[in-house]
Design a protein around this ligand. Structure first.
Ligand SMILES: Cc1cc2nc3c(=O)[nH]c(=O)nc-3n(C[C@H](O)[C@H](O)[C@H](O)COP(=O)(O)OP(=O)(O)OC[C@H]3O[C@@H](n4cnc5c(N)ncnc54)[C@H](O)[C@@H]3O)c2cc1C
Length: 330
């Protein structure tokens, strides 16, 4: 989770979310192991460093502690880096990592205590729409009548929306990730290399967990693991941190980024289907945006005004009013 972004909306949503993660234990009674080790974005050339400088100026205008640092200071933060591979970077010590499972359990328990019912292993098979309004959700365990339905199905959102005859522009792309054997703690920040999309951090159990985007990845709901990824990741990682060449990799998996044309979420009303609400398109950052977006969604559904749901309405693509977020990792 990080507040280093290139658009004001993402910075503000991330700040709100991260503030909440710091209060998670008090509010939801479960420790999410928030560790603020910082995020270090590395630039391989001067042009990329200029882009990071522009970002850092915007971050400071939003009250963040982001600084541009040289290769020397980056190697003080992470001495294992090969300083010949980058010219500097963008550093925010307040970014960090949380442990996802207690985060999910905390939300589910909190919702149950407030009267929500959580139905796991229940597949949505259809959405009933009558006279331009959503009426019911059909599932493999029965039909639930509802005049408001939120589509929050991540990379599967376009297929769920299609059940109501709605086309979303989100496209799924596989992203692979891998975990090493546990090592003695040595790595404070999450490190990412601009351009290659390489990123890695050390978990609280000591594993190096990381991934890397692949420009050759075709679109699709593919969640299989590949040797190609392992080879590309291992080369990029050991190029930047030669000492990791000896490390054994233990487990590899994959998920799908839910990619929108402007790398921003799709939120709010669906034009033409009253009561069908959208909450998808979070690319590779939906976990960290969830606290802020979900809290605002609940308030907005309860009648509070919130311009977020206008700005990120799906209609923005047809109307051409969007600003692309460019600081995507992976
Ligand atoms: C490798 C990788 C690394 C990532 N790293 C980060 C990170 O560091 N930080 C971050 O913030 N984000 C990260 N993300 C992105 C993050 O995981 C997503 O943005 C986030 O999980 C989206 O949450 P969601 O609840 O909207 O959707 P999801 O978590 O995708 O949940 C959607 C759910 O809907 C279910 N579903 C689909 N169709 C149906 C149906 N017909 N009926 C019933 N259920 C259905 C699916 O099974 C799924 O459980 C990463 C993603 C990947 C793939």
């Amino acid at each position: 989770m990080r507040a280093q972004w290139t658009t004001a909306s993402h910075i503000e949503l991330a700040k709100e979310s991260i503030d909440f993660m710091a209060r998670f234990a008090q509010e939801l009674g479960i420790n999410v192991w928030l560790r603020r080790g910082g995020y270090l974005f590395l630039a391989g050339d001067e042009h990329t460093l200029r882009l990071l400088e522009n970002g850092a100026r915007l971050h400071r205008a939003h009250g963040l502690a982001t600084r541009i640092i040289g290769a020397g200071e980056a190697s003080e933060l992470v001495p294992e880096l090969d300083t010949g591979k980058f010219v500097g970077g963008s550093w925010n010590p307040d970014d960090g990592v949380v442990f996802p499972w207690p985060f999910l359990w905390g939300y589910a328990d909190g919702a149950r205590k407030r009267g929500a019912r959580v139905e796991t292993f229940t597949r949505v098979t259809g959405l009933d729409v009558e006279a331009g309004a959503v009426r019911a959700v059909r599932t493999d365990r029965g039909t639930v009548r509802a005049d408001r339905v939120v589509i929050a199905s991540g990379a599967w959102s376009p297929s769920v929306a299609a059940m109501a005859g709605v086309a979303l522009p989100n496209v799924p792309y596989r992203h692979e990730i891998v975990s090493s054997e546990p090592l003695k703690p040595f790595l404070g920040p999450l490190v990412t290399m601009m351009g290659t999309g390489l990123y890695f951090s050390q978990s609280m159990r000591g594993e190096i967990v990381g991934g890397m985007g692949d420009p050759a990845e075709p679109p699709g709901l593919n969640q299989t693991s590949s040797l190609r990824f392992l080879a590309r990741y291992a080369r990029a990682l050991t190029d930047l941190v030669p000492r990791l060449g000896q490390v054994k990799l233990l487990r590899q998996w994959a998920g799908c980024y839910d990619v929108t044309p402007d790398h921003s979420p799709i939120l709010g009303e669906t034009p033409g289907v009253r009561g069908l609400l959208q909450m998808s398109g979070f690319v590779g950052h939906g976990f960290m945006m969830a606290p802020a977006v979900a809290r605002r969604m609940a308030g907005w559904m309860g009648g509070a005004r919130d311009e977020l749901f206008e700005r990120f309405n799906v209609s923005r693509f047809a109307e051409g009013r969007f600003e692309k977020e460019t600081l995507i990792i992976g």
